[in-house]
Design a protein around this ligand. Structure first.
Ligand SMILES: Nc1ncnc2c1ncn2[C@@H]1O[C@H](COP(=O)(O)OP(=O)(O)OP(=O)(O)O)[C@@H](O)[C@H]1O
Ligand SMILES: [Mg+2]
Length: 233
């Protein structure tokens, strides 16, 4: 479904991604792991056209999206949950979801807002609260809910567990398992090795803008050298 080939991405003169390849199959969950500064967020930004790659190719559902503007990429069926969650402090929970739903009106698989409230009962209770009044966990759920209303073929998340309490991370894990079970593919960037390996079918390990390991999750778990060298676990 998503095929990323030989991406080279720069910030000014800094050559950050040095030929990154990533593939995600339909309904698969793929994790990208690596230390701080490895290039994980940059990989996502390149896929989404936020920091377009200078060289390389991104194909989604058979279409070359490498040079498309971000709004077109999103419309083609990719939803992004950024690291900062992107919640507006003065907009209510309900409005966040309604706006995202309205913006995705061309997507057949989009989910009505009420369906998101069934998945996240806590958001239903907080439907008239402002984004700025939510806890970190509630903001993360809202960010995922906003991605879900669009009915994406692929959901991309950047460190969704960051800063969340263990009980909220458990809830997040259950929700992402349901998202996958419903047929949506997931591309997940995580620092939380244990969460990532519980969710993912396939794993890429990045270091200094290169893929140093790619394989089934079980083969990473079995590979102590890669884990110690690149992930310190
Ligand atoms: N806007 C920017 N301008 C210049 N350099 C940047 C910029 N953003 C990131 N970098 C550099 O690019 C490299 C990769 O950063 P990136 O944010 O992709 O890493 P990451 O794997 O997501 O790390 P983290 O786990 O800390 O989020 C780092 O060396 C970083 O300092
Ligand atoms: Mg990052």
């Amino acid at each position: 479904m998503l095929k990323v080939e030989r991406l080279h991405t720069y910030y000014g003169e800094s050559h950050i991604l040095q030929g990154v390849d990533v593939c995600v199959a339909t309904a698969q969950c793929v994790a990208v792991l690596g230390r701080n500064g490895a290039g994980k967020t940059t990989t996502l930004r390149s896929i989404l056209g936020l920091t377009p790659a200078r060289r390389g190719r991104v194909e989604f559902n058979g279409v070359d999206i490498t040079r498309l503007p971000t709004h077109r990429i999103v419309k083609s069926g990719i939803a992004f949950v950024p690291e900062d969650r992107g919640i507006f402090p003065t907009v209510t929970v309900e409005e966040h979801l309604a706006i995202a739903y309205g913006a995705s009106r061309r997507r057949p698989g989009r989910k009505p807002v009420e369906q998101v409230f069934e998945i996240f009962p806590r958001l239903a209770e907080r439907r008239r609260s402002l984004g700025g009044q939510l806890s970190g966990g509630e903001q993360q759920m809202l960010a995922i809910g906003r991605a879900l209303v669009a009915g994406p073929d692929l959901m991309i998340l950047d460190e969704p567990s960051e800063g969340l309490a263990p009980v909220i991370i458990e809830r997040l894990e259950a929700v992402l398992k349901d998202v996958k079970a419903s047929g949506t593919a997931i591309l997940l960037v995580e620092q939380n090795y244990h969460l990532a390996t519980r969710l993912a079918d396939y794993v890429y390990v990045l270091c200094q803008g290169r893929v140093e390991f790619a394989g089934a999750t079980q083969s990473l778990i079995a590979n102590g050298d890669v884990r110690r060298t690149y992930l310190s676990v």
